[in-house]
Design a protein around this ligand. Structure first.
Ligand code: FPP
Length: 239
């Protein structure tokens, strides 16, 4: 079982178009798949689930779609947080949260505070997030430490760098799932996905159901993770 599953939830717009609906209806339908993914991850023993809900680049979408998405996030938080809390889920948001409107920011802060002491599934939602932005903000943090004398340049290594990234408290994803048929990373967790297994499925996000999630978990179970070693070395370590 992967310890950490990350998901790029793609295909809401195409799902809506195929049904002659507005794009925001696709995003609305996608909330059901979010709920299913959280439940399934928790049931199957996945410890960390990270969802890409809104990228740095998504700000460039038409204004009405952006505002429909922001309203949907507020509504989802209003509706779902009690249930998430009851299920011992710990909720965390990452990204340039200062770019969000104050209403959404306060709902996020409320949800994080309410679930802060839960020790079940760790659910991270990336909003206004970009992998390059994440790397740049980590670089700035390290540069500041060097400038104020609390760190030497030669102390910067993988570990110190990862500690400044948004997912500093979360192990790297073991499995990345992308729905919607495209086979790309789209500026998601660029640093953290270095060794993730990648699963691309044509299923559109609103139609991603428990069977599709389980299929992704089986795909992962069939993989041998080598981290640069040979297959024989990995087998020998296992024995
Ligand atoms: C990508 O599909 C999807 C998004 C940009 C939004 C994802 C948001 C949700 C699923 C809403 C609920 C989320 C939470 C965390 C409550 P797309 O619009 O790019 O689809 P397309 O490629 O078919 O146009």
């Amino acid at each position: 079982m992967p310890r950490h599953v990350a998901i790029i939830m793609d295909g809401n717009g195409r799902w809506a178009k195929a049904k002659n609906k507005a794009r925001h209806a696709g995003h609305r339908a996608g909330v059901k798949s979010v709920r299913m993914s959280v439940e399934t991850a928790a049931q199957r023993g996945v410890q960390y689930l990270t969802l890409f809900a809104f990228s740095s680049e998504n700000w460039a979408r038409p204004e009405d779609e952006v505002s429909a998405l922001m309203n949907l996030f507020v509504e989802a938080l209003r509706r779902e947080v009690t249930e998430l809390h009851r299920n011992n889920v710990r909720l965390k948001f990452v990204g340039a949260l200062d770019e969000l409107n104050p209403g959404l920011r306060s709902k996020i802060a409320e949800a994080e505070a309410k679930t802060a002491n839960n020790n079940g599934l760790r659910l991270t939602v990336a909003i206004a997030y970009g992998g390059r932005w994440d790397i740049v903000q980590a670089t700035r943090a390290l540069a500041r430490r060097v400038a104020d004398g609390s760190m030497e340049i030669d102390d910067i290594d993988d570990k110190q760098f990862a500690a400044e990234l948004q997912l500093s408290e979360t192990p790297d994803p073991d499995l990345l799932i992308r729905t919607g048929g495209e086979q790309r990373i789209s500026n998601f967790l660029l640093w953290n996905l270095a060794y993730a297994e990648l699963l691309f499925t044509d299923v559109l996000w609103p139609e991603f159901d428990q069977a599709a999630f389980d299929e992704a978990l089986s795909y992962y179970a069939g993989k041998q993770r080598r981290y640069g070693h040979t297959g024989d070395q990995v087998e020998a370590i296992r024995c």
